[in-house]
Ligand binder design. Structure first.
Ligand code: ADP
Ligand code: MG
Length: 297
């Protein structure tokens, strides 16, 4: 089966400065790094690295071809990514000072300029048994989820960045709702009753993850693998992409949790977002060295 991902593509521009600029001040950066981010791009890379036939649905401006190259090199099918003449590729300007304080400007650009008409063709290709991933960084979330469910696909929605209005709107069309601990807390505070989904995937950083099967009431828990974290950017996206790819292969929830947890553990030992997501071979090696470690229950 295929994984489709209606997801954001963001270029991160990271500038290191002596101090954050004050109004009216002009500063030269001492260092500049450009990276590929966006929850969407990260989840596509993770799902493709995990071995799934992964199609990214999204949009960019007309420049920045390197982004397409990088996604394709990680195995993502990029032919459905639209190039918009009147929009910039989504990006983040990240300013860092010497004390690790930051100031960030995000421009969603093409990510939020997608219209349902632009997605009609790829959405019509989604078939029964496929999976659609969505996060809260693009337009057309509800339209895409509805179309995928009507086609008989599984819809996994990452409620991040968290916005309760966006969750409420898409919830009737979601199969699995994925959240980190903070997002889950915000969700349960806003919607205390039953949720109309099959399952909840809740990740808790270094404390592991759980999947609550709401159809049976079973809770599957997976401990985090003990590692020395250096950068947790994209941990949740790595987890979500690997988890989806595992279900897509027909694996059961405990296996999916264990694989995703190992992938995310490896990711946090590396700096960066998309470029730090491990391959399936690396994840399997990591797991092979830990045969009976961290059983799920
Ligand atoms: N310090 C850590 N050690 C090991 N695994 C981690 C660590 N931090 C995160 N992970 C893994 O990444 C997953 C997602 O992290 P989490 O912080 O919950 O998501 P998000 O990136 O969305 O905030 C966790 O469930 C865990 O498997
Ligand atoms: Mg976190």
């Amino acid at each position: 089966m295929a994984i489709w991902n209606l997801g954001s593509i963001n270029i991160d521009h990271v500038y290191r400065l002596d101090h954050l600029p004050r109004p009216g001040e002009t500063l030269a950066a001492s260092r500049y790094v450009q990276g590929l981010g966006g929850k969407g791009a990260n989840q596509s890379v993770a799902a493709a690295c995990a071995g799934a036939d992964t199609h990214h649905l999204g949009a960019m401006g007309q420049a920045d071809d390197w982004v397409i190259d990088r996604l394709s090199r990680r195995g993502v099918v990029t032919t459905d990514i639209l190039r918009m003449a009147d929009q910039a590729t989504g990006h983040a300007i990240i300013l860092l000072d010497g004390q690790a304080e930051n100031a960030i400007v995000i421009h969603p650009g093409a990510n939020r300029a997608l219209t349902p008409a632009m997605l009609a063709d790829p959405l019509s290709e989604i078939a029964a048994g496929d999976t659609l991933l969505i996060q809260n960084e693009t337009s057309c979330q509800v339209e895409a989820a509805r179309a995928a469910r009507q086609a008989g696909a599984r819809v996994i929605y990452s409620a991040a960045p968290f916005d309760i209005a966006a969750v409420r709107a898409i919830l009737p069309h979601v199969s699995i709702l994925a959240m980190n601990a903070g997002e889950a807390e915000a969700l349960f505070a806003a919607i205390p009753g039953d949720l109309p989904v099959e399952g909840l995937l809740i990740t808790r950083g270094g404390e592991g993850a759980e999947y609550r099967d709401l159809t049976t009431g079973t809770v599957h828990r997976q401990a985090a693998f003990p590692v020395d974290p250096v950068d947790t950017t994209g941990a949740g996206d790595t987890f979500a992409g690997y988890f989806a790819a595992s279900l897509d292969r027909g694996e059961a929830i405990p296996q999916a949790l264990r694989l995703a947890s190992a992938a995310a553990a490896l990711k946090v030992t590396r700096h960066g977002a998309g470029e730090a997501i491990p391959t399936r071979a690396e994840v399997l090696d990591f797991l092979a060295a830990r045969p009976a470690d961290q059983p799920s229950e």
